[in-house]
Design a protein. Structure first.
Ligand SMILES: Cc1ncc(COP(=O)(O)O)c(C=O)c1O
Length: 389
């Protein structure tokens, strides 16, 4: 069956739930056992992730969601975390210990860097940032103590497409675990495991949820990598509320149709921006002019709604005139919801392995589900205001 079919049917079994279409929401901390034997032997049979023992480890509606996401991404197992960031940090902590070394793409989501430079550093874990376009040359940065290579493709601020198969090949030759922040693709447009990834991470807060109202992270892996992930998750007590899981599972059912519209809108906006006199360049891999386009075409099956663009100039007053008067685009540090967003970004500030050469103001735009002509009209008026400065 095609993925779009499965998205509507995965992770639910109505006739185990009184015929109700959607999985149940069970509010539970305590779970009772009818006999001493069942109490003491609770893990003796079945799947330990899905054995009902205590609310922190999940309930049937949660387990259904985990099945859906594992299926979406083509993995064996999923673990849910209270945010995308905790999914990234939880995954890293599962495979790193004091004295280890991790390679992190220079294009990583900034709080991922904060963790690497903060808590991971304090725990004695060393980080080297690498050029996202490094490809097979990642081999030259691998040390005897390198355990993990973290990728993010495309980078959610700067949109470089990484050659994940080449990176994974070199990393696996040195027994490193390859992790991918796969949020941009929604897990739908990038089949992480077919490209050599071991651990696919998403901020389900974004496209899977799709409605800007829940924080959630997911990590998907094959059975081979599950135990360290689960043990760390369990030891950290990173439980997720069943209501949040329910909402995000509901979002998943429509993700494919939403992403299709995000993509149509984003591509039209990107092409329009590319021809605009105030714009220097557009960072969106689905555009033929994007330096990552060939890799994107080779590895991805679609593009989502998030892009960057660089203005020809830099003006704080111009930014305020544009952004504070947009009719449809909000200013906010997220994306993946139904609504359009536009913010200034400052990639130069947090790069260390590479330099960001563009002189003009960098922007990040999320194309929402509104009518694309309305979005372009709003953007056009905004850029007119910007150009007055
Ligand atoms: C690429 C990427 N990964 C991870 C995250 C973190 O997700 P959350 O906000 O759910 O912690 C974000 C959030 O903006 C993101 O953009």
């Amino acid at each position: 069956m095609k993925k779009r079919t499965r998205l509507g049917h995965s992770g639910r079994n109505p006739f185990e739930n009184h015929g109700i279409v959607n999985p149940p929401v069970n509010h539970a901390s305590t779970i009772l056992f009818p006999t001493v034997d069942e109490l003491l032997n609770r893990y003796k049979s079945g799947d330990y992730q899905k054995t009902m023992t205590y609310g922190i480890r999940g309930t049937p509606g949660v387990f259904g969601f985990l099945d859906s996401i594992a299926e979406l991404e083509g993995g064996d197992r999923c673990i849910a975390y209270p945010s995308g960031l905790s999914a990234i940090t939880g995954a890293l902590l599962s495979f790193l210990k004091p004295g280890d070394h991790v390679l992190v793409t220079d294009s990583a989501y900034e709080p991922t860097r904060n963790f690497a430079d903060g808590l991971a550093y304090r725990l004695g874990i060393e980080t080297t940032y690498y050029d996202p376009l490094i490809g097979a040359d990642i081999a030259s940065l691998i040390q005897p103590n390198t355990k993990v290579v973290l990728t993010e493709s495309p980078g959610s601020w700067t949109f470089e497409v990484q050659d994940i198969p080449a990176i994974a090949k070199a990393a696996h030759a040195a027994n490193c675990v390859v992790m991918l922040d796969n949020t941009w693709s929604g897990g739908l447009y990038y089949a992480a495991f077919d490209h050599g990834v071991d651990i696919s991470i998403q901020a389900a807060t974004k496209y899977i949820c799709g409605h800007s109202d829940v924080m959630l992270g997911t990590v998907v892996c094959k059975e081979s990598h599950f135990k360290p992930l689960y043990d760390t998750w369990n030891q950290l007590g990173l439980s997720v509320a069943p209501d949040d899981i329910y909402l995000v599972h509901r979002g998943l059912r429509t993700m494919e149709v939403r992403l299709e519209r995000h993509q149509i809108n984003a591509l039209k906006i990107a092409k329009w921006l590319e021809a605009h006199p105030a714009v220097d360049r557009v960072l969106y891999p689905a555009l033929e002019s994007d330096p990552g386009h060939e890799l994107w075409k080779r590895d991805f099956t679609g593009a989502s709604g998030l892009m960057g663009f660089v203005l020809k100039s830099k003006s704080r007053e111009g930014l305020a005139a544009m952004l504070e008067n947009m009719a449809l685009y909000g200013m906010g540090y997220s994306w993946g919801g139904f609504e359009s967003l536009l913010i200034p970004t400052f990639p130069r500030k947090f790069r260390t392995a590479t330099t960001w050469e563009d002189k003009g103001q960098c922007m990040r735009l999320h194309a929402g589900l509104e009518d694309v002509d309305d979005l372009i009209d709003d953007l056009s008026a905004g850029l007119d205001r910007y150009m007055k400065y």
